[in-house]
Design a protein around this ligand. Structure first.
Ligand SMILES: [Zn+2]
Length: 301
């Protein structure tokens, strides 16, 4: 099944807030949240989380990576539930400590308010992004118990970003792969094409019953494999598209313009804000160019 709405998914697992930028919740004795979306949607997330948990507090907030649209409400969640532990990779913590990163997270979240207006979300929260500390670095523990029949395991999958972490609940076959599994027909290898593709193959081998993407969709049953296979093929097509143009001597800017014409201009809303889309597209093309140039020099030597 292809689920494009928020609500209960299966066996105490939920997608909450807004389907374009959901927060996932695994309920149990120690409830766990996954990612924290946009700051502008924080009130929707909190309301939906409270509808499930009542007076109970989320015990964990697991972050997949430090991108602005996955950490937006983390600081507000922490203010709402001060005992909740924010858990992320060491590299996520390092990225958030770099100069300029928080300013960019603030500004992209601010720009996303326009996207929320276009998507027809009202009301949205207009307060600023609140910086937060990461309470626990992944590594000290291999897994985290959430319920008697739900444990959160994690593994690094550094193809979308260097800090990327995927979460896996083996008892329920739930994989929170977010952008490591691609997104809305756009391949999401920002930093390493081969690691990204290898990640998708690994996800297929895990044979999840539920696949949580970063935006818009949760897949269940046979649609999981179909989605992952398509993500793999989309990455291959994208790579070939860029390589063909590099071979012809086209510039990075020319290639970006053509890609934008195909996969952003014509796309209906809700879609990624343009600045974030262009940043990511440039990153993807540069990653492929670097890989292609390495291949060229290997062939020459
Ligand atoms: Zn991302």
């Amino acid at each position: 099944m292809v689920i494009d709405k928020v609500g209960p998914i299966k066996n105490g697992f939920y997608a909450l807030g807004h389907a374009s930028v959901p927060v996932y919740l695994m309920d149990g004795k120690f409830p766990a949240l996954f990612d924290a979306g946009f700051v502008g949607l924080s009130h929707l997330y909190i309301q939906a989380i409270k509808e499930v948990l009542g007076e109970r507090t989320p015990v964990y907030l697991f972050l997949t990576h430090a991108h602005w649209d996955h950490i937006g409400s983390a600081g507000i969640f922490k203010r709402t539930w001060p005992d909740m532990k924010i858990v992320a990779s060491r590299i996520t913590r390092e990225i958030l400590a770099r100069p300029g990163v928080i300013d960019r997270v603030i500004s992209l979240n601010q720009q996303a308010l326009d996207a929320l207006r276009e998507w027809g979300v009202t009301p949205f929260y207009e307060g600023p992004f609140i910086p937060f500390e990461i309470d626990e670095i992944l590594g000290s523990s291999k897994s985290y118990p959430v319920a008697s029949d739900a444990t959160v395991e994690w593994f690094a999958s550094p193809g979308h970003t260097r800090d990327f972490t995927v979460y896996w609940i083996p008892e329920k076959g739930i994989l929170i792969a977010s952008e490591a599994a691609g997104c809305d027909n756009v391949p999401e290898f920002l930093v390493d094409y081969d690691v990204y593709e290898g990640g998708i193959k690994k996800f297929i081998d895990l044979d999840p019953r539920v696949l949580c993407t970063g935006h818009l969709l949760v897949l269940t049953g046979s649609d999981v494999r179909e989605y992952l296979t398509r993500s793999w093929e989309t990455a291959e097509e994208y790579r070939r598209f860029v390589e063909e143009r590099l071979e012809r001597g086209e510039s990075v800017d020319e290639i970006i313009e053509q890609i934008k014409g195909i996969d952003w201009d014509e796309k209906p809303f809700p879609k990624q804000p343009l600045e974030a889309y262009l940043l990511n597209t440039r990153q993807r093309v540069l990653t492929l160019k670097e890989r292609w140039e390495k291949g060229l020099s290997n062939r020459k030597s």
